[in-house]
Design a protein around this ligand. Structure first.
Ligand code: FES
Ligand SMILES: [Fe+2]
Length: 385
């Protein structure tokens, strides 16, 4: 058996399957191997609901955003009917990528030979195709992809057979209902191209163990408790009387808390991973997300989006005060970025070996097991017996 085949043998991972305080971390090859990454692409990212952005990032008919998701060029476009749709970003003539970046268009026009598609993906213009035999435009619309929305958050799925988003999210929407996130707006999006595996980054976001060290000059120590969860998510709650989206010396600039908050939502912050790699921090006056676009085993694009209630955004002092929030994110996020890249460098060592976990790191154990459940070979049948 070759190394690549044996890499997916469950026997290598028995110690990762143990309870947190007995478990080992994933072997280093899970963060570096092209074969392991390829399995993740095909058996995770091509099958699950991937968070890709907010509906309010494309507010008007014709607004679009194009991006690459695990090697698949994708575009989302808001139609004249108000609906946001996703398409494979490839022309039905000879395959050219049609949309780039973000913007607004009246029709979706291919930059190569000017085939034109309506905002609903239907092919409407085909100059020069008059003499082509047996050609019927109606069979050459853009290829639609599944796109569903929860409270304004858009999720894309490449698998036509996957259960719907509601099943995937389980009880998460109920847990965060009192934040009324459907009424929020994404006011800023920042992107970082990082030299690390996607799992490193989401693991970092979901443990507090590093905060007194990595964030000693910014947010400092954080203490959390684990949330129960049903569905493809895990979460922690951090009790705190006020928003944690500001540095301690800027707390006087806090916006008022969201008036509808109830229970634990009013008395702290939720940190959530929506598997495989979307992070939400939902605090008393706003929320921010971290979204990952894996590129290779050791390269990942990270996007941070900042969302506030519409009422807060409408305040005359919003533009001024929000700068204090940006200050917090622009200080703490680069700290996480740098340590994540350092971890990737260390994991490339041929002497790197699985480690052990602290009681601060139960979600690290669970992320590893969630991935293994989807990429490892299933147990051999009894044929060999
Ligand atoms: S490839 Fe798009 S019009 Fe030719
Ligand atoms: Fe951090």
């Amino acid at each position: 058996m070759t190394m690549i085949e044996s890499m997916f043998d469950p026997s290598h991972y028995r110690n990762v399957r143990m309870a947190t305080l007995e478990a080992e971390t994933l072997p280093p090859w899970c963060y570096t191997s092209p074969a392991f990454y390829e399995r993740e692409v095909n058996q995770i990212f091509k099958k699950v609901w991937n968070f890709i952005g907010r509906e309010d990032e494309v507010p008007n008919a014709g607004d679009y955003m194009a991006f690459d998701l695990v090697g698949e060029p994708v575009a989302i476009v808001r139609g004249k009917d108000g609906k946001v749709r996703a398409f494979a970003n490839t022309c039905r003539h000879r395959g050219t990528q049609i949309l780039k970046g973000s913007g607004n268009c009246r029709v979706i026009s291919c930059p190569y030979h000017s085939w034109a598609y309506g905002l609903d993906g239907e092919l409407v213009g085909t100059p020069g195709m008059e003499q082509t035999l047996n050609f019927d435009k109606k069979y050459y619309g853009l290829v639609p992809l599944r796109l569903e929305s929860w409270d304004g958050f858009l999720f894309l799925n490449f698998d036509k057979d996957a259960p719907d988003l509601k099943d995937y999210l389980g009880d998460l929407p109920g847990r965060l209902a009192s934040h009324n996130m459907s009424d929020m707006m994404c006011v800023r999006r920042r992107e970082y191209d990082l030299a690390c595996n996607w799992k490193i980054y989401i693991e970092n976001a979901m443990e507090e163990y590093h905060t007194p060290t990595v964030h000693k000059a910014s947010i400092g120590k954080q203490v959390t408790t684990r949330e129960d969860s049903h569905g493809q998510w895990d979460g922690m709650h951090m009790p705190a009387p006020k928003t944690i989206a500001l540095l301690a010396d800027d707390l006087e600039y806090a916006f008022p808390p969201i008036p509808s908050l109830k229970g634990k939502a009013a008395t702290g912050t939720y940190f959530v991973v929506i598997y495989p790699c979307t992070f939400f921090a939902v605090t008393q006056d706003c929320m921010w997300w971290l979204q990952e676009f894996p590129i290779t085993p050791d390269r990942t694009k990270i996007v941070i989006g900042s969302c506030f209630p519409r009422e807060t955004v409408a305040r005359p002092d919003f533009a001024d005060r929000v700068k204090k929030y940006y200050r917090r994110w622009d200080k703490s996020l680069p700290e996480d970025n740098a340590i994540s890249e350092s971890q990737q460098v260390g994991l490339k060592s041929s002497f790197s070996r699985p480690g052990r976990l602290s009681f601060h790191e139960p979600v690290i154990r669970d992320i590893a097991n969630w991935v293994l459940d989807r990429v490892l070979d299933k147990k051999q049948s009894s044929l060999a017996a």
